[in-house]
Design a protein around this ligand. Structure first.
Ligand code: AMP
Ligand code: ZN
Length: 467
């Protein structure tokens, strides 16, 4: 049985999708006003883990992630740079897709962009106005939270200090300012605007997700995710808009990940403590799969403290897995297989899925994998592994890697050009029997984190921890 902590109920509860065997999943995507930082990727990684795990358990998952390409922050950025919103958001959107590929995050089925759904957003706001949940002021429309009796059900905010009819225009605000919020913002000089049933204007941030999730997943769907900072006001407002409009429950299960922190503070642009993925990969030459493993290793509801030590540890763990796989793939073993190895594998797989079934308890699942590797290493060192055992172990590791995603490094084939050229130069030196040069290049590559090994099938390379 799979159990998740549902923010809505505040409890761990059994997970049951609306349609047996199928899960409809919506995850709030990036606001493309800057390069995403590693804190954002904690959220996207937790969602990737959730999706991969559900697939591993046999569910068909339909995953939608929006791209917020119009909101207060994107407009501010575009206005400051004096370029169009589209021009401004294009680079950040591309950076996001290239980063998720680098981290081997599985692509969603749909990436709707807010700017492509503005007419539908205006129609929904019009509908809310007609139903009496929204009111108009100077061409802008606001959601009246007093009209929606379940307001606060997700975030459990204290509504006692609320003043009826006090409005807030900005997309983001704190719990202390529980106010009627903007659904639609009337056109302002110098800002982009759309001509709609409400007149000229643009959507508020919250209505975007209500429209895009419903369009692709239906009026009621299974799981909605984000970071804990999304609970209020974003997700609370999504529920209010959607349930008021459709008269139905919006989402059954809400999952939220805790923050990634650095130097004791939430990583965020406003704190000035962000690190982007490209900074880690390109400048600091960190292996993206070590970042992936680090982000996955801490339980999603616990704060993750991002430090160099934690990254080194993730590197070391990654290396342990890769080295074991390499040994199994490249050694010769006598024919046959042992029952004890089959049992060891069964134990690993069972504990792996049991851990994740318990509200994505990754530490139980990872311990099961490393325990199996430890036992496998002992067998390797004793020389008691047979060919069948090696095959069984490899296929079991590949199967758990469908969830972990750290062995199928999509980027293995596209090593940086300078590394490829060095590998070729060494090969040439070897053929020309210039062994001194070949050794020198080999050593340089070790320092870059690439180990070359000459096998009877030619030279192979693997990533190792940088010296
Ligand atoms: P944004 O682009 O600011 O809307 O954020 C995109 C996603 O990243 C949201 O789900 C946020 O909750 C999440 N997020 C932002 N900062 C952090 C952080 N420091 N740790 C974890 N998740 C974060
Ligand atoms: Zn959202």
């Amino acid at each position: 049985m799979i159990r998740f902590f549902n923010t809505l109920s505040g409890k761990i509860e059994p997970f049951k999708p609306i349609t047996p065997g199928e899960v409809k999943l919506y995850t709030c995507g990036p606001t493309v006003y800057d390069y995403p930082h590693i804190g954002n990727y904690r959220a996207y990684m937790f969602e990737d883990l959730l999706k991969r795990f559900l697939k591993f358990m046999g569910f068909k998952v339909t995953h939608v992630m929006n791209i917020t390409d119009v909101d207060d922050k994107t407009i501010k950025g575009a206005v400051e740079r004096g370029i169009s919103l589209q021009e401004y958001t294009k680079d950040f959107t591309e950076a996001f897709f290239s980063d998720i590929d680098a981290l081997n995050i599985d692509r969603a089925d749909f990436y709707p962009r807010a700017t492509e759904h503005v007419q539908k957003m205006a129609q929904m706001v019009k509908g809310l106005h007609e139903k009496g949940y929204a009111y108009e002021k100077d061409g802008s429309y606001y959601f009246s939270i007093a009209k929606f009796k379940n307001y606060g059900q997700l975030s459990k905010i204290d509504l006692s200090g609320r003043k009826v009819g006090v409005r807030i225009d900005s997309d983001e605000y704190e719990k202390e300012s529980v106010h009627d919020f903007a659904l639609w913002k009337a056109r302002k000089e110098g800002e982009p605007a759309w001509d709609t049933v409400l007149g000229l204007g643009r959507p508020g941030w919250h209505i975007e997700c209500s429209v895009m999730s419903t369009k692709y997943l239906g009026e009621t769907f299974d799981i909605h995710c984000g970071g804990v900072d999304n609970i209020f006001p974003h997700h609370e407002n999504e529920i209010a808009q959607s349930e008021a409009y459709n008269g139905k429950k919006f989402v059954n299960t809400w999952l939220h990940c805790q923050h990634l922190i650095r130097d004791g503070e939430k990583m965020s642009k406003s704190m000035g403590n962000t690190i982007t993925l490209r900074e880690l990969i390109e400048k600091r030459k960190v292996d993206p799969m070590a970042i992936r493993l680090l982000l996955l290793s801490t339980h999603y509801r616990k704060i993750l403290n991002f430090t160099c030590d934690a990254l080194d540890q993730a590197h070391a763990s990654l290396r342990r897995i890769r080295d074991f796989v390499y040994e199994l793939e490249n050694s010769q073993f006598p024919a046959g297989e042992k029952k004890s190895v089959v049992e060891l594998i069964d134990d690993m797989k069972q504990t792996f899925s049991m851990g994740l079934s318990d509200d994505l308890n990754m530490s139980v699942s990872l311990t099961a994998v490393f325990e199996a590797i430890k036992k496998g290493h002992i067998l390797l060192s004793q020389g008691t592994i047979h060919q069948g055992d090696a095959m069984n172990l490899l296929s079991a590791l590949r199967s758990v890697d469908d969830v972990l995603g750290i062995l199928q490094d999509k980027n293995e084939s596209d090593l940086p050009l300078d590394i490829v050229q060095k590998i070729q130069a060494r090969e040439k030196a070897r053929i020309e029997k210039d062994f001194a040069l070949a050794d020198k290049i080999r050593q340089e590559l070790v320092e870059e984190g690439i180990l070359l090994e000459d096998t009877k099938d030619g030279t192979r390379w693997k990533r190792i921890q940088r010296k």
